[in-house]
Design a protein around this ligand. Structure first.
Ligand SMILES: [Ca+2]
Ligand SMILES: [Ca+2]
Ligand SMILES: [Ca+2]
Ligand SMILES: [Ca+2]
Length: 408
């Protein structure tokens, strides 16, 4: 046995040396004359060429776009870079992430942890990237006093994000992140003010308040209590997108120029722009999606305003993309607490769409993973671990590179 292991080890070492010796010897393939070692990493994604099937005949090309995996920075064309996905196997199906465009396994069982600090009527939540913290809208039930927006510090305590106060409407928020293609200052916060068609903008440090920043043209536009979202895909130019309580969808440029995308006539809640990745999102790829709680429908809009609806068995309150290496946080309105789950816990659904339902059946998460199976759109309930904190009523949820006490 010992001899056998020794031989295997010797062979492996010899193999490495052999490939290293080849490197730079003038051998030519489509990768060029000077880079031909098996353990090279041509595309710099951290995955060696030999693992990426460079020496297969023909070289492996998972997404069939003509660029072999060893040169392709997104080998499976699912919108997540190979360097992010790596060779681990988040969905446990035996296929490494970087060549696995869909999560085939069941959704994870979530262990939600209640953050110890209580909040007064919390509603909206998002990531404040400049301070690596969560920003929340709070206090609408006390006439917006002492202020409407708090940041949540690492120990779970509150600090005012802005002195802005007096909003008595349920307040939804959206922040700009560094992935915004229009270069909106990172940490800029957008919200409504309870007045028809008006949007407020607050500077990243909370000090400058434009109220209103934009007053949508026309009347009966509705309130921003629908949802706000800053485009991360570039499909909408990095604009702010809003969905209103009267069912209008608008895009607003960073300079404050609004354009109406659609008008549905039905209260919309929850909003994202879906990355333009057909293999993962099917017919939703590249679309704005929003929920219509009272209809039990998901609406999808293209840039021309053309729309389609889907019945998924979920009354949507909020919509999010499950992002790599970010913790999950949600506003559990029924207990005035934040609930969190670790990035590791949500890993099996990275890249998927998460639908949040306000009304929660006791003992469940009230969260649903929305996937394109290749033939159909399917929303599957995300189960709750028996050891988890319970959910009373969700308001908004987010994925964030923030830590709060128990959730790091
Ligand atoms: Ca590589
Ligand atoms: Ca390819
Ligand atoms: Ca990928
Ligand atoms: Ca996999």
């Amino acid at each position: 046995m010992r001899i056998w292991l020794g031989l295997a080890l010797t062979a492996a070492v010899t193999g490495c040396n052999h490939h290293s010796a080849l490197d730079g010897d003038g051998g030519i393939d489509s990768f060029g004359p000077s880079v031909d070692g098996a353990f090279d990493d041509f595309d710099g994604d951290g995955i060696p060429d030999v693992v990426e099937g460079r020496f297969d005949m023909p070289p492996r090309d998972t997404d069939g776009d003509g660029t072999p995996d060893a040169k392709d920075t997104d080998s499976d064309d699912d919108g997540l870079l190979d360097a992010t996905e790596g060779t681990s196997d988040w969905d446990g199906d035996g296929v490494p992430n970087y060549i696995d465009p869909r999560n085939d396994g069941p959704p994870p069982t979530l262990t939600l942890v209640a953050i110890s600090t209580a909040f007064n009527t919390p509603i909206g939540i998002d990531f404040h990237e400049p301070t690596h913290s969560l920003v929340l809208s709070v206090n609408y039930g006390t006439n917006g006093l002492p202020q409407n927006f708090d940041r949540i510090l690492f120990d779970g305590s509150h600090a005012a994000f802005s002195t802005y106060s007096g909003l008595t409407d349920e307040v939804k928020i959206a922040t700009a992140r560094s992935n915004n293609p229009a270069g909106i200052p990172v940490g800029t916060l957008y919200t409504g003010n309870g007045i028809d068609g008006q949007i407020v903008r607050i500077s990243p440090d909370g000090s400058m308040i434009d109220n209103p920043w934009v007053d949508l043209p026309g009347v009966g536009n509705g309130l921003m209590r629908g949802s706000l979202y800053v485009d991360r895909t570039g499909i909408y130019g990095g604009d702010l997108i809003v969905a209103t309580t009267t069912g209008e969808i608008w895009r607003v440029t960073p300079a404050g120029v609004p354009t109406r995308v659609a008008a549905t006539g039905v209260h919309l809640e929850g909003l994202i722009v879906v990355p333009n990745v057909p293999v993962r999102y099917g017919p939703l790829a590249g679309k704005i999606i929003a929920g219509a709680e009272e209809q039990g429908l998901l609406w999808a809009f293209d840039a021309t305003g053309a729309s389609q609806t889907y019945t998924l068995g979920v009354t949507v309150e909020d919509i999010d993309l499950v992002t790599p290496a970010e913790n999950f946080f949600g506003v559990n309105f029924g207990t005035s607490r934040l609930l969190g789950a670790t990035a590791k816990n949500v890993e099996p659904m990275i890249g998927d769409i998460l639908l949040t339902q306000e009304g929660v059946v006791p003992g469940t998460t009230g969260l649903f993973r929305l996937q394109w199976t290749g033939t159909t759109l399917e929303a599957v309930a995300v189960p709750l671990d028996p050891a988890s904190a319970t959910v009373a009523q969700w308001e908004h949820v987010t994925f964030a590179g923030a830590g709060v006490g128990e959730i790091q």
